[in-house]
Design a protein around this ligand. Structure first.
Ligand SMILES: Nc1nc2c(ncn2[C@@H]2O[C@H](COP(=O)(O)OP(=O)(O)OP(=O)(O)O)[C@@H](O)[C@H]2O)c(=O)[nH]1
Ligand SMILES: [Mg+2]
Length: 307
């Protein structure tokens, strides 16, 4: 991988690496493996937001392997640990290839308030446009006039058409209109931004189900991808959010935002394990080009490499 791309991962994962994972290096010094080693290891995992379930599973695997291979020194664990972490991340399908699977390919972005949906919608739109696609944005967040303005501003700046409703309007209708318009206008990709909603708010989750359903009425098979934007600074809290969204609509993948401001990037390891979803993109900064297709190897290097 090109050095400059890796440096983006390395920098984007600065906090996760420095605050939590760097402690692994100290632990995996040259000490003998004792009960304390396992306790400390588990503590580091949990503090890294890897999640209790995934942490325990990792510890059991590492213990079994070190027993089989007769490890006695903690530093012997390093390679195995790396492999175990890597095994918990999957390589996503290439999104630029994925969006060719339907025309238009309709993407629905969902998530709780402030997770990064609207800015992610704009960043994706820009990237797909630069890849030569005809892109349309849909402002289906009709709760706040400001939300509609925010996306429209992005559309103006990027010269991308935005279909928007009115404040207080029906968000499902916006999704329907945008999808229908995209078909009529021969668009390649439609990105639907939705309002942030707490997973515990029944009515809002029902509304999301309606957006999903109605999009399918505008175009059979749509939405072709539902991506949940998870704010990585919220760590394990994002996991219960994602579970609730999965129960409401068919979520296909995760966009892990704000890794650059998070020390809790370890949550990435429980996304695959506990949610059974691939991470498609990672937000490594605020610039459009900082939204990067998730690369498991760069992620592992980014959190484990010495500074
Ligand atoms: N540093 C950093 N900031 C991000 C990233 N993604 C989003 N943000 C910031 O997070 C804030 C919220 O982003 P929005 O896109 O408005 O979030 P939203 O999910 O649309 O919010 P609601 O519509 O209110 O639910 C903005 O200030 C973004 O610039 C990222 O990957 N890194
Ligand atoms: Mg928004």
């Amino acid at each position: 991988m090109a050095g400059n791309i890796f440096s983006k991962w390395f920098k984007g994962l600065d906090r996760t690496r420095k605050v939590t994972f760097s402690r692994l290096a100290t632990l995996l010094g040259t000490n003998e493996i004792t009960d304390e080693t396992w306790d400390d290891l588990e503590e580091i995992f949990i503090q890294s937001d890897i999640g209790v379930e995934t942490s325990e599973d990792m510890i059991h695997k590492l213990q079994a392997i070190s027993k089989t291979l007769g490890y006695s020194k903690a530093n012997e664990l390093e390679g195995t640990l790396r492999k175990e972490l890597r095994a918990r991340l999957s390589t996503p399908d290439d999104p630029l290839e994925m969006i060719n699977r339907a025309k238009p390919f309709v993407i629905l972005l969902v998530g709780v308030n402030g997770s990064g949906k609207t800015t992610t919608a704009a960043k994706l739109a820009k990237q797909y446009k630069e890849a030569g696609k005809k892109v349309m944005l849909a402002a289906a967040d009709t709760f706040r006039a400001a939300a509609i303005d925010q996306l429209q501003e992005w559309g103006n700046r990027l010269n991308i058409p935005v279909i928007a409703g009115v404040e207080g309007g029906d968000s499902a209708a916006v999704a329907y209109d945008a999808t229908t318009a995209a078909v009529a206008r021969g668009m390649d990709v439609v990105i639907i931004d939705t309002a942030g909603r707490l997973q515990s708010r029944y009515n809002l989750m029902e509304e999301l189900k309606k957006v999903y359903r109605v999009t399918g009425k505008a175009l059979e098979g749509a939405p072709h991808a539902v991506w949940i934007v998870l704010d990585s600074t919220t760590g394990q809290n994002a996991m219960s959010q994602a579970k609730a969204f999965k129960e409401a609509v068919k979520v296909d993948g995760v966009i892990l935002s704000k890794l650059d401001t998070s020390a809790k990037g370890g949550m990435a390891f429980s996304v695959a394990d506990e949610l059974d979803l691939p991470i498609i993109y990672a937000g490594l900064g605020e610039k459009p080009e900082d939204l990067t297709v998730f690369d498991p190897d760069s992620f592992i290097d980014g959190i484990l490499k010495a500074d």
